[in-house]
Each structure stands twice: as structure tokens, then as C-alpha cells.
Design a protein around this ligand. Structure first.
Ligand SMILES: NC(=O)c1ccc[n+]([C@@H]2O[C@H](COP(=O)([O-])OP(=O)(O)OC[C@H]3O[C@@H](n4cnc5c(N)ncnc54)[C@H](O)[C@@H]3O)[C@@H](O)[C@H]2O)c1
Length: 307
């Protein structure tokens, strides 16, 4: 069941742009003020995108239930199918948005669940090399198991320098920001300024990774941004973006466009999405699991709650 709520029939749904559905955000006025236009309603996102409750409950009301949900065949387990609702399509759309050509080098910031699926999707779409960046050792290990080379950003002086070194000075063909507005800057000056500005309500988003991706990407390359940004960010190197001729592609995932094709990939054995589950638990364990996920304790990467 997609996290995007879409009618399947409006101008945008007919174009396959399901997360832009015109009919499912009852609070669209709020979104229009903040963003110029309103995206679709999303489960568990915010009041600005509809105020729909999230999916982490025993039962959930599903609007437009004739459009989004798919029937899971008996040959696929719950854990294999579950991530079709969000992170598998998100990682896959991020890789598609990266406009990968055969043999390309793709750099991916963030080895959380979305980054993990972006790594595997980039390789499925023909990338020759994926370089994954994070600082959490078990996440870097899972990235390596998925076929990526890794950079621990806490152990290098400069991610930019390391990426240029590994690509003979040219830079990666595509860069995927699977971190978003909560990037850790590890002492970098721009990130310290972001933190101070966010704390004093002068900015909302910490844009360190996006800046690094724009600076690192090769001339004429592509930046794909699945990571969520919410409001205003500054010091975005727009001059570099323009003069390097970069393409930027981003968005809330058009989940309904991906569920059936990706289910077919699972059935064909191209990928088993259950690799990402590190902590199966009961609904009663949720508070403890939220805390462990937030604090990245106990090797947690993805929790699955079974009511
Ligand atoms: N576009 C969509 O429709 C969509 C859907 C789902 C999730 N998301 C977004 O994707 C992003 C990733 O989601 P997730 O569940 O994997 O989150 P997560 O928090 O589990 O993972 C983010 C990872 O980024 C790493 N990180 C932090 N700073 C970094 C830096 N400077 N360089 C490299 N890595 C850094 C963290 O250590 C962490 O492992 C979030 O912003 C989430 O909201 C978007």
C-alpha cells in the first residue's frame, strides 16, 4: 500500500506523477502558501500534506483504496513485499532520476534504508560503480554487501577530494542525496552555520549533503534527490550547478507507478528487499525500536513491526 495517496484519475495521476495528485490533500491551501502548489496527501507526513495518520498502527483507513494497494502473490513473503510501499520505489526512482548510463559511476550519500535500495537499484539499472557514503559502520557494511564501494565521511578530510581521487579528477557521473534535511556535517563550516541558523529559526534545512553533491558531480552530470527537504536552505552553490550544466531531479516518490514493475522484479529474483530488515519486532516494542532507530543503536537499519 503506497504511502502516497492518489486518485489515479486527475491530470497528474494520468501522467504517472502520483505524488502530485490534485485531489488528495485536504490542506492544499497550506501547501500552496509554502510551496506554490500542493503535492498529494501522504500518510504520516504532516498536516501540510493532509494530516493523514501514519501506517504504524494495527488498522489504517485507506482513502482511494481501489487505486494504490496491490495484491501480494503467495510466492512473495510479507517482508519481501512490505517495502514496495515506500523505500524500494524511493530508492529505485532515485536511481532512475540519476539518469544512469551503462558503466556509470554513481555516488550515493546516506546508507539508510533509502540509500540501500538506491545502491541496489543503481546497479540493476546498469551502473558500473556505486560509491556509498555514510559514517555508520553497519550501514557501510550493508552497502558493501549490496555491491558498493564505501567512504566513511568521518574518516576522510574531504568527501569531495576522495570522490575526485577515485574518479581520476572527473567526478561521479551521477550523485544521489539519500540524506535530506537532517545531514550531519561532521564539523564542516557550512554545516555549523546551518545548525546555528536552524536553532535560531533562520533556516529550516541542513543542506550540507546537497552542497557536497553539487560540488562533487562531474560536468554535465545529474543530481538525484530522494532525501526530503522541507523549507528553506541557503548557500546552495547555484553558480556551480549552472556553470557545470547539472541536471537536478527530485520528488516525493510516485509509488503507484513502481509497485507492480518492482513486484515483478522481486518475483523474478532480481532483488530480495527483506535484506534490509535488521529488527523484526511486535507493535508493543515500537517505543524502544523508535529510540534505537533514532540513536542508531544495536545495528538497527530497518525495523518491521508485526501487530
Ligand atoms: N522522496 C521520497 O518519497 C522519500 C521516501 C522515503 C524517505 N525519504 C527520505 O529519504 C531520506 C533517507 O531516508 P532513510 O530512511 O534512509 O533515513 P536514515 O536517517 O535512516 O538514513 C540517512 C543516513 O544518512 C547518513 N548521513 C547523515 N549525514 C550524512 C553525510 N553528511 N554524508 C553521508 N551520509 C550522511 C546517516 O548516517 C544515515 O545513515 C530521508 O530524508 C527520508 O525522509 C524520501
Amino acid at each position: 500500500m503506497p504511502f502516497t495517496i492518489s486518485c489515479g484519475d486527475c491530470f497528474f495521476c494520468r501522467k504517472g506523477l502520483f505524488s502530485a495528485c490534485e485531489r488528495t490533500n485536504p490542506n492544499s491551501e497550506m501547501a500552496i502558501k509554502a510551496m506554490g502548489h500542493s503535492p498529494a496527501g501522504l500518510f504520516g507526513f504532516s498536516h501540510m500534506l493532509g494530516g493523514y495518520c501514519g501506517g504504524q498502527a494495527e488498522y489504517l483507513r485507506v482513502p482511494m483504496a481501489d487505486i494504490g494497494p496491490i495484491k501480494v502473490p503467495d510466492s512473495v513473503t510479507d517482508e519481501q513485499a512490505l517495502f514496495l510501499s515506500d523505500i524500494f520505489p524511493t530508492g529505485y526512482m532515485a536511481a532512475e532520476n540519476a539518469q544512469i548510463e551503462p558503466g556509470d559511476t554513481v555516488a550515493i550519500w546516506g546508507c539508510g534504508p533509502v540509500g540501500q535500495f538506491a545502491i541496489r537499484s543503481a546497479l540493476m539499472l546498469g551502473a558500473g560503480r556505486v560509491i556509498a557514503i555514510d559514517e555508520v559502520s553497519e550501514r557501510l557494511a550493508m552497502a558493501e554487501a549490496g555491491g558498493a564501494e564505501t567512504i566513511n565521511f568521518a574518516e576522510v578530510d574531504s568527501v569531495y577530494d576522495e570522490l575526485q581521487f577515485r574518479t581520476k579528477g572527473r567526478g561521479p557521473d551521477s550523485c544521489i542525496d539519500a540524506v535530506g534535511a537532517e545531514a550531519s556535517g561532521h564539523g564542516a563550516m557550512d554545516a555549523v552555520i546551518d545548525k546555528v541558523k536552524a536553532a535560531t529559526f533562520l533556516a529550516t534545512d541542513r543542506v550540507h549533503v546537497l552542497r557536497e553533491a553539487i560540488m562533487s558531480c562531474r560536468m554535465g552530470g545529474t543530481i538525484s534527490i530522494p532525501g526530503v527537504y522541507v523549507g528553506m536552505g541557503d548557500k546552495i552553490p547555484i553558480g556551480a550547478m549552472m556553470n557545470k550544466g547539472l541536471t537536478i531531479k527530485t520528488g516525493q516518490t510516485h509509488v503507484q507507478a513502481y509497485t507492480k514493475p518492482l513486484l515483478a522484479r522481486i518475483e523474478a529474483g532480481d532483488i530480495d528487499p527483506s535484506f534490509v530488515v535488521t529488527h523484526p519486532a511486535s507493535l508493543e516494542d515500537a517505543p524502544e525500536m523508535y529510540q534505537k532507530f533514532r540513536d542508531k543503536q544495536d545495528g538497527v537499519i530497518k525495523v518491521v513491526l508485526r501487530p
